[in-house]
Design a protein around this ligand. Structure first.
Ligand code: FMN
Length: 234
């Protein structure tokens, strides 16, 4: 049931107002931004994602492989967090990410194996949304993902229990030391909780911002073996 918030919705303290004034003065979608002609959109979102990622990498857009993963638990309570894109299968329109199988997000995905991924690349004014079912990849993919990482990332993978309360920096440092020793002694070992997920998009949306606010939105939805493509009002 939808409840109305009886608060007036105004700003809070003077400090909040000052913060808000500075925030509103910050430029957004100031450009110059690339143009996107929907007439040139390919038949599949996998191909358009690859094109946009290629352009982001070529232009040095910061951290284009960082994306927001949104999940919901069995009750429908949503949570979102930032993750790294770890694998791409453009033909299947599938995107991989890795995490800890004991983390809250993994609990959500076990209860409700569907998710959404969102990328926002401010330097290009581009937002991409993908949503669909999520599966767990097998041992081979898990090994490749983990062993393909740098040492610091592998040490982090053996450190601690993701999202559990931490008593303090001493406990963290102790576990890090133990993880560093373990990685040095057994460089091929994979943490038992390392897990790689694959989201296979069922729908996708590409938003190209325009400094004059004539934004372009293209939505793809699976249609049999192919994709249906349509424009959306921005
Ligand atoms: C730039 C960035 C990249 C991250 N990449 C990952 C990642 O690839 N996998 C992961 O599990 N957590 C990653 N995190 C941490 C998550 O945002 C999150 O804090 C953590 O996974 C716990 O989420 P959960 O409690 O919802 O399970 C990253 C955080 C940042 C800021």
């Amino acid at each position: 049931m939808r409840e109305k918030d009886e608060e007036s919705g105004g700003t809070g303290s003077l400090a909040d107002e000052a913060l808000l004034a500075r925030m509103r003065a910050a430029p957004v979608l100031a450009g110059p931004l690339p143009r996107f002609d929907p007439e040139d959109a390919p038949d599949t979102p996998g191909e358009l994602f690859a094109r946009w990622l290629d352009a982001a990498l070529a232009d040095g857009v910061p951290e284009p492989h960082v994306m927001t993963l949104s999940t919901a638990d069995a009750d429908g309570t949503p949570t979102a967090r930032v993750l790294m894109l770890r694998g791409i299968d453009s033909a299947a329109c599938a995107y991989d990410f890795a995490s800890d199988s004991a983390s809250p997000k993994s609990g959500d995905l076990a209860a409700n194996p569907r998710a959404a991924l969102t990328w926002y690349w401010p330097a290009h004014g581009r937002q991409i949304r993908m949503a669909g079912p999520v599966t767990v990849l097998g041992d081979g993919a898990t090994r490749r993902d983990f062993l393909g990482r740098g040492e610091a990332s592998r040490v982090a993978g053996f450190t601690g229990r993701m999202s559990q309360p931490l008593t303090g920096p001493e406990e963290y440092e102790r576990e890090r030391r133990a993880a560093r020793d373990l990685v040095a002694a057994e460089p091929d070992r994979i943490p038992a909780t390392h897990i790689v997920y694959r989201l296979r998009a069922r729908e996708a949306e590409f938003f190209q911002a325009d400094p004059a606010r004539f934004h372009v939105r293209v939505r793809y939805a699976r249609d049999g073996d192919g994709w249906h493509r349509a424009l959306l009002w921005p």
